[in-house]
Design a protein around this ligand. Sequence first.
Ligand SMILES: Cc1cc2nc3c(=O)[nH]c(=O)nc-3n(C[C@H](O)[C@H](O)[C@H](O)COP(=O)(O)OP(=O)(O)OC[C@H]3O[C@@H](n4cnc5c(N)ncnc54)[C@H](O)[C@@H]3O)c2cc1C
Length: 372
Amino acid sequence: MSLQSNKILIIGGGIQGCATAYFLAKRGQNVTLIEKDRIGRHASGVNAGGVRRLGRDVLEIPLSLAAMDIWQNLYQEIGEYAKDFHPCFYLKVAVDEAGREIGLMRAEDLSRAGFTHEVWVEDDHIQARLPHLSTPTHGGLLVEGDGWATPWRIVQGFANVAKKHGAKIIEDCRVTSLTKFQDFWQIQTAKGLFEAESVVNCAGAWAAGIARLADDHIFPLEAYAPMLVVTDKRPKILPAVMGVVAHTLSLKQLETGQFVIGGGVRSKASPSINQSDVLLPKLSSSMKLASKLFSEIGNAQVVRCWSGIEGYMPDNLPIIGRGRQNGLFHGFGFSAHGFQLGPGVGEALADLVMGQQPRISLEAFRPDRFVN
Ligand SMILES: Cc1cc2nc3c(=O)[nH]c(=O)nc-3n(C[C@H](O)[C@H](O)[C@H](O)COP(=O)(O)OP(=O)(O)OC[C@H]3O[C@@H](n4cnc5c(N)ncnc54)[C@H](O)[C@@H]3O)c2cc1C
């Protein structure tokens, strides 16, 4: 294949790369996205689909709120695909006094910082909204209007609408080298040589390798494999997405009646061979905690479990910003909570690439924050 010239080349077809391609293409930019496997093949397509502002690091809240503005108007952006987002309430309950103290402190900190989306509610409020709960709680943290989505459909939505706006998407095409020549990047791939003014690194758990190819910073990115299980169909009893304060549980019930359980529990990932493990004992501890909340879950059969490869940063905050050399941008390291952020990240990266000011500060996500 002969050399292909592009203004902007995005590496990685997960939610971050596809949302970035969408916002750039919508604004009339010449953009190509290159994916080594298939769109949404990795974390973005296999995650729990939790669309949550609840429980975010305070430094991440402005980005999460900006992303939520887009989720709430998703139909305007990706049309029919938006029906795969199901807004509901998101609740993290305290199951003991220690959890209550942590939750109350969190609510106070947020209120002092001026955030009003996440509030403390007492057990009577929780019982009234979740009559099938099998246990009294010690109160909980609540966000109205968060929810869950079918992850691969949302990623497909951003990718397909980006294409409608003129973006090119090339799958089964691994980037193998990145070299800066004067004002251009030359990008060697499995499908030939590309040239671009700007390169956006949205390569997920593989992104530190892309940065290395570009002679950028050394990033302390580690790959792990968050895990999930899905049960058989049960009577509909859970109208919210739930977690437990100070635990990593995430629990929801799909429209089919199946429970999806997992969240923070993670196993070993081997990104170089696209492989991730499942550790059943860890998953069964999530199942036990979920069954404590709803005894019905104790009767459910697990029909499938899986994991996906995710890139984690030491401070659990993503890297979003300019690289060391002109024309290089990064958006990766989402540490198991990047799906909800995706639309906000895509918009912010599109702003950066076009030399515009993003609507929120990206200071907390500076790529050079680990450089001594
Ligand atoms: C099981 C699980 C549950 C989760 N639950 C939630 C949740 O409920 N809510 C939430 O907000 N987040 C959740 N997450 C986290 C979320 O899925 C991720 O943070 C997010 O999807 C990361 O998106 P990404 O685009 O950065 O990465 P990815 O989706 O991994 O995309 C990166 C892409 O880059 C491609 N790539 C890599 N190297 C190259 C190369 N050399 N050339 C070309 N392409 C390349 C990869 O093939 C990959 O497709 C979960 C994750 C997992 C695994």
